[in-house]
Structure formats: C-alpha cells, structure tokens
Design a protein around this ligand. Structure first.
Ligand SMILES: Cc1ncc(COP(=O)(O)O)c(C=O)c1O
Length: 351
C-alpha cells in the first residue's frame, strides 16, 4: 500500500473543516523539522521558538503548551484554571458540553453549568443565571466562564462582548477560558489581531486551534494570565496530552502562526462560506439560520432535499434533525466546490 492514494483527492465535502488535508506549507514545515534528533517532550528548538511567536501574538505573559486535540486543549485549560470543586459556565451548544464525550466531567472532574445561547453566544444575562451562590457549600463553585470564538453556530463575538463577559466574571473571581478552535476565522472576520480577541479582551486562558486551519493535528493551550495556569505542565502529562515528539506539533504551529498562514487559510475558508451564502440565500424552501460570520453556513431545508444532497456530499445534519444542515468550508475549498454545492441545493429544492 506504500505510496498509493486510496481516495479521490479531488473530492471535498462540507461536513467539517477537519475533513481537509494538510496545507502544503505545513507539510513542508514538518519535512524541515524531520531528521536528526531533538530533545523530546517539548525541550526542542521548535517549541522554544513557538514561545516567542506566542508572546508576539498574545503579549509578554503568554506561554504555549502544545497538545494533541481540541478536546484535550479544552480539558487541560479548564483543569489549569479551576480548583477540584469548580464548575464551568458555558453555552448549552458549547462543544465542551455537546461534543467532547463528557471529557470535562470524566477527565477533569468539573461540572458544566450550561446556559441558553440562542446564536451560540453567551450573554451576561444568561451567565448571571448560574453565576451565583458562591458561598454555598452544596454547590459546585462557578470558577470559569468558557466561551467559543467563533461559536459552534458560526457566529463571532466582538472584542467588546468578550471584554464585558470578562469584566463580569473577574468581578466575581471567575476566570475566562476561550475555546479558540476557530479563533483564526473569527479574527479574519473582524479584521483584528489575535490579541484583540484574547489578552486585550480579558481572556485568561486560550485553546488555540490548529487542526481546523490546515494542520495535520495539534492545538495549544496558551496561558495568558499566570493565575489560570497552575500546574499546567503537570496536568498536560496526566491528561495524556504531552506528546513526546512535540517538535512536530510545534513546527506546524510555527508554520501557521509565525507568518500569516493562519490568516490566509482562515480568510479563504470564510470567503468560501460567504460565497455559498450569497448563492443559496433566498432559494425557496431554504432559510439561513444564523449570521454567516466565519466558515460555516447553517440552514433549514425540507427533509427530502436534505436526503438528496446527502447522496452527493458529506455534511452534518444539525440539531438532530434532517431539516437542519451545517455546511462548512475549509482552507482548500474552491469556488468550484461552492458552485457544485449551491447548484445541487437549488436542484434538490425544486424536486
Ligand atoms: C469549537 C470546537 N472546540 C473544540 C473542538 C475539539 O476538537 P477535537 O475534535 O480535536 O477534539 C472542536 C471540534 O470540532 C470544535 O468545533
């Protein structure tokens, strides 16, 4: 099987931005990091350089801890920011709550206090429902507010919205975690540096995404406020997120964040979603459910049309129903892919 491509490399789906392969510049960075020996477990030159790059993006206090998966990043970040008796306030649609197999509860032993978030974004009114009873010994103590930027519903917080949540939380001794699996897409949408949505907006600890933006695999926990990083290096090991050949995760993160690849990839993916939105909005029978602000388009459509489309493209039904779909774009989605999908959508709706 060596060297044999076992799939159609021209086939692109719309299920997730992690259906894509690896960006060629990342593959080149992996090849360049190969050969010779380097100190394992993060003592390598790539991981050291990554610290400099993270300080440039997030400020002088930032410290990066490369990890294997986004779930691992979230669970590690929350453990580092929380006491053992803590609870985390998050949106009911949060990936943490819905799609991490209960890892925050199982691995970190944390209680999640979920609140409604209609368009995926937490509001202070919603957070207030659970940010209470801090002296009650019977209640898991809310110590962290976790928000995703961009959200699981494809929406994006403004820096002012994040700052207001951080100020609310900090005034109650809570820290702020940002699930930035798609931070690059949010920054590209807003035309702002990463720092404006994190450090400068009061975020204490960040899960910085890589896989969904062109890496082979890998993310990083970035501690922005040292108070949110207690024992993080020990917790990374005990949470099984300490990669021995860490140079290969760090080399990918460097390729993404040292120059502007993070922004080029995210801007392209966002542009493809905007193009899809422009081509399908207004089609009879289809409604776009949320503002299209990054690389996802959520729609409602008749079940038979969805079934026809499922025969042609990979995509996820949303909210457990055949009448809602999520279409995601990636760094390698082409305008031709968007033309194919939008033409198929228009045809399926007419049947
Ligand atoms: C918002 C968000 N956070 C975290 C993750 C977790 O990533 P992983 O699948 O690498 O654990 C995902 C993956 O879909 C995600 O969408």
């Amino acid at each position: 099987m060596r060297g044999v491509t076992m799939h159609d490399a021209d086939l692109r789906g719309f299920a997730s931005d992690n259906y894509s392969g690896v960006h060629p510049e990342i593959l080149a960075a992996l090849a360049a990091a190969n050969g010779g020996h380097q100190v394992s477990y993060g003592g390598d030159v790539y991981t050291e350089r990554l610290q400099e790059v993270c300080r440039r993006h997030f400020g002088p206090e930032a410290r990066a801890y490369p990890v294997l998966t986004g779930t691992g990043a979230n669970v590690l970040a929350l453990q580092a920011a929380c006491d053992r008796w803590a609870a985390v306030i998050c949106a009911e649609s949060a990936h943490l709550h819905v799609d991490e197999g209960g890892a925050p509860e199982k691995v970190a032993g944390l209680k999640l206090l979920t609140v409604p978030a209609l368009d995926g974004k937490l509001t202070i009114d919603a957070i207030r429902r659970e940010a209470r009873d801090f002296d009650d010994e019977h209640r898991a103590q809310p110590q962290v507010i976790s928000l995703a930027q961009g959200t699981e519903l494809g929406t994006v917080y403004t820096p002012d919205e994040i700052r207001a949540i951080a100020e609310f939380g900090h005034a109650r001794n809570m820290l702020v975690h940002l699930d930035g699996a798609r931070l690059a897409n949010a920054a590209a949408h807003l035309g702002l540096p990463l720092r404006a949505l994190t450090t400068d907006a009061g975020v204490d600890v960040l899960s910085l995404g890589g896989t969904k933006n062109g890496m082979l695999l890998g993310e990083a926990v970035v501690i922005l406020n040292p108070a949110a990083g207690r024992g993080v290096h020990r917790l990374r090991k005990s949470s099984m997120q300490l990669a021995s050949k860490m140079r290969f995760i760090s080399a990918q993160l460097l390729a993404l964040f040292e120059g502007d690849l993070w922004l080029r990839n995210a801007t392209h993916a966002n542009t493809m979603a905007t193009l899809l939105h422009e081509r399908i909005r207004g089609l009879p029978g289809l409604d776009v459910l949320y503002p299209v602000q990054m690389n996802a388009v959520f729609v409602s459509l008749p079940e038979p049309a969805s079934a026809v489309l499922h025969q042609q493209f990979h995509f996820y039904d949303w909210a457990g129903s055949g009448t809602q779909a999520r279409w995601m774009t990636s760094f390698d989605t082409t305008p031709g892919d968007i033309r194919n999908l939008s033409a198929a959508v228009a045809k399926a709706l007419k049947q």
